[in-house]
Design a protein around this ligand. Structure first.
Ligand SMILES: *Cc1c(COP(=O)(O)O)cnc(C)c1O
Length: 342
């Protein structure tokens, strides 16, 4: 066990903050008359959602084999990134650490909260240099380290996650937005060992629910309690909560979709590598490929002119587009267009 004193890491005002408690959500009633929240008695969506998201957490608890009080639910994992920064990072004083290139939202929310963003530049294989990590942690003492595995936009997994947890004085967040495509075990299994670890997952990618905006954080119950304290009480709406609960009950469908996507991933990877204007397809554990082109500007514009939208990573990652795997029809459209280029 790593020694962990949460009180030294949390912002003092947050430690002292009393959570907003919706009385009806933490009590049991038989047949209640709700005259406590100034709602309308009419309509389908007239009641506030459950602020404790109890039913969804019960489902997730079974699905992930973890206790309900180790789960926080957010309006997308985006909201959870923001909340984690709010809990631990003192504005104008503390900093976060992130990989570069990685998911832009860590830096975005840190900046919104007036926290400095420290970057760990990845090497040519998009791996972290452990020396750089140790040096920057020692010298600048960042509060939160966002590890993205599989990493967006590079697609590779972070190796040796425990090394970073063991050698970091603050909170390590492992963002697993694409873990379902990787076939790898989630870092949730490390929570038994490390109470300063937070694992983020989302329903936006493999679960196909980006429009519902639901994500989850898994951590020690102390950290989860703090996230719940700072979140807006009714942060996830009841339509989305119910939809996700339904979906978990039919998770066979999702597993089938993931299987099909995995087939498309390998199909598209093969096809892309045979296209002349493609220089390199980076290996990926996610549902997208970082793809290097000889003349990336021209390719990007041509795709766009044909209304095929991709994510331009050049010039930050020279020559590269991040291309998402679609359905077979969409993937064929992409490949046919790329093949038409000399
Ligand atoms: C897409 C993505 C998310 C998901 O964000 P939501 O707010 O849950 O939709 C989180 N992290 C990474 C790295 C992503 O690529």
């Amino acid at each position: 066990m790593k020694a962990f004193n949460i009180e030294n890491l949390v912002r003092k005002n947050i430690l002292e903050l009393q959570p907003y408690v919706s009385f009806r959500d933490v009590s049991k009633f038989e047949n209640p008359v709700f005259l406590d929240a100034n709602e309308s008695p009419f309509g389908e969506l007239n009641r506030y959602p459950d602020s404790t998201q109890k039913k969804l957490k019960e489902k997730l608890s079974v699905l992930k084999n973890i206790s309900s009080d180790q789960i926080a639910v957010g309006n997308g994992s985006d909201e959870l990134i923001d909340l984690i920064i709010k809990v631990f990072c003192e504005p104008k004083k503390d900093s976060i650490l992130m990989m570069n290139p990685s998911f832009a939202m860590y830096g975005f929310y840190a900046s919104v909260n007036d926290n400095q963003v420290l970057q760990l530049k990845l090497n040519e294989n998009f791996e972290i240099s452990k020396d750089d990590f140790l040096n920057i942690s020692e010298e600048q003492n960042p509060k939160v380290f966002f590890l993205c595995s599989p990493n967006n936009p590079t697609g590779n997994l972070v190796e040796d996650i425990e090394f970073y947890i063991q050698n970091f004085k603050g909170i390590v967040v492992v963002d697993e937005a694409y873990i379902e495509f990787s076939g790898k075990q989630s870092s949730i299994s490390l929570l038994e060992k490390y109470s300063d670890l937070i694992v983020l997952q989302t329903f936006s990618k493999a679960w196909g629910m980006a429009g519902a905006r639901v994500g989850a954080a898994y951590s020690s119950k102390e950290i989860i309690a703090l996230i719940n304290t700072v979140k807006a009480p009714y942060n996830v709406n009841s339509l989305s909560l119910n939809k996700i609960i339904e979906l978990i009950d039919q998770k066979d469908i999702i597993e089938e979709n993931i299987k099909n996507t995995l087939k498309e991933i390998s199909w598209l990877s093969n096809e892309l590598q045979r296209v002349k204007c493609v220089q390199k397809v980076y290996p990926s554990d996610a549902n997208f490929f970082l793809t290097e082109f000889k003349d990336v500007e021209k390719i990007y514009e041509l795709l766009l002119a044909n209304e095929i939208l991709t994510s331009k990573r050049s010039p930050k990652i020279p020559g590269c587009l991040r291309i998402n795997v679609g359905n077979r029809e969409e993937n064929i459209q992409l490949i046919e267009l790329l093949k038409s280029i000399e």
